[in-house]
Ligand binder design. Structure first.
Ligand SMILES: *Cc1c(COP(=O)(O)O)cnc(C)c1O
Length: 397
């Protein structure tokens, strides 16, 4: 039985390779950080979601170690059977406080949070109105729900309004958007989305995975940026990016929403509880951010510095409101070659081209972190300039 299937898979794999879409994994032999070891070589990392440099922060490691010793390694249960420790409740409360929301429910990942949110809350009488560039986990979550689906072009408010008008017959309407879109680094226009939601009687959900810890003066995400803290009905987010980068996700917002999810959300009911050490390190991460604004300030300073220096050097950077900087090269082959040359210079970045981004919009994505020191940013900019001149992207000068 396997042999015809094997041939079928081998053909698929060959096609992926031939299309240039085969993803190779690079093996890191150090902790995740601004500087990492790959193939025994020290390189600067500009492609992690380690926005605040917490992935290997001593206070998070210490909190995890202590919890490991005091609360053990695993929970061996889902939350509602015997998988809830005080640490899980404390982390949920800490997240609610951070976002100014009423209650929070933890998941094993934000992929699970998004996968488990729509189906319990909405049915075929309702409407989900989703940004075309929303994360794969939102798309999958929507697929699991019987609500009517509407899709609007990325951050296009005229298109969103059209969808809202079409959805007026439905019982409830939920607008869903990523807070930051990961390919351009643009923030969803939440002020306008919220105004339209008011006008057309809809609720709003924002996935803050790339925006929490990054956007807003104190990193509280898009609701802080737009002065809407506590106003948006539903936020989802991850512990896998700015907040330590290990694992874990959450939905936070209105208390009845969270209460119902605890009763009916399938990834919560049927998947294991996060380990105590992850909960403890998560609490430590949010507490660290509560104490002062040093990491936020450093991240914002680093991002402005990088963008400004790169623009001065003649690079075309997409306007960013996050820690994602898209260096536009437009041509797919050029982007690939550019990224490969940067790696030889010891700079880890990722090139993206079609189908991940639109045709003719190939780019290199640079992700800035509070862990980057100024000289590391300078090294990165210098490498960009060197390769940029070699490949005639910028002028010699
Ligand atoms: C990374 C990401 C996720 C998935 O988060 P995990 O916790 O890694 O599953 C979901 N949504 C968005 C917008 C993301 O960027």
């Amino acid at each position: 039985m396997y042999s015809p299937f094997q041939k079928h898979l081998q053909k698929d794999l060959k096609e992926i390779r031939e299309a240039g879409l085969y993803k190779e994994e690079r093996i890191i032999t150090s902790p995740q950080s601004s500087s990492i070891t790959v193939k025994n070589k020290q390189v600067l990392n500009f492609c992690a979601n380690n926005y605040l440099g917490l992935s290997n922060h001593p206070q998070l490691v210490k909190a995890a170690e202590e919890a490991l010793r005091q609360r053990g390694y695993g929970m061996s249960s889902v939350r509602f059977i015997c998988g809830t420790q005080d640490l899980h409740k404390e982390l949920e409360n800490t997240i609610s406080k951070f976002f100014g929301t009423e209650d929070t429910i933890l998941y094993a990942s934000c992929f699970d949070a998004n996968g488990g949110i729509f189906e319990p809350l909405l049915n075929r009488e309702d409407a989900i109105i989703s940004d075309a560039l929303n994360h794969a986990s939102i798309i999958d979550g929507v697929r699991l729900c019987k609500a009517q689906r509407y899709r609007y072009a990325n951050a296009d408010m005229a298109d969103l309004e059209k969808c809202l008008q079409q959805a007026q017959q439905q019982r409830f309407r939920l607008i869903v958007t990523d807070g930051v879109f990961s390919m351009d680094g643009n923030v969803a226009p939440l002020d306008k989305i919220y105004a339209l939601a008011r006008q057309y009687d809809a609720m709003v959900m924002v996935d803050e995975s790339h925006s929490a810890g990054v956007v807003g003066n104190t990193g509280r995400g898009t609701t802080e940026l737009y002065g809407l803290k506590g106003q948006v009905e539903i936020l989802t987010g991850t512990l896998g990016k700015a907040f330590g980068g290990a694992i874990g996700g959450f939905t936070t917002g209105k208390k009845e929403v969270v209460e119902l999810l605890r009763q009916r959300s399938r990834p919560y009911l049927f998947s294991n509880s996060i380990p105590p050490m992850v909960a403890a390190a998560g609490i430590a991460a949010f507490n660290l951010l509560d104490r002062d604004n040093l990491l936020q300030d450093k991240l914002h300073g680093n991002t402005s510095y990088f963008v400004q220096k790169m623009q001065e050097a003649g690079f075309d950077i997409k306007p960013t409101q996050s820690a994602i900087c898209a260096v536009m090269l437009y041509d797919a082959r050029l982007a690939q070659e550019f990224a490969a040359s940067l790696q030889e210079e010891g700079i880890y970045v990722t090139g993206f081209s079609y189908p991940v981004v639109p045709k003719g919009e190939a780019r290199i994505r640079v992700q800035i972190s509070a862990a980057h020191e100024l000289r590391q940013l300078d090294d990165c900019i210098q490498a960009f300039c060197k390769v940029g001149k070699e490949l005639k992207v910028i002028q010699n000068g």
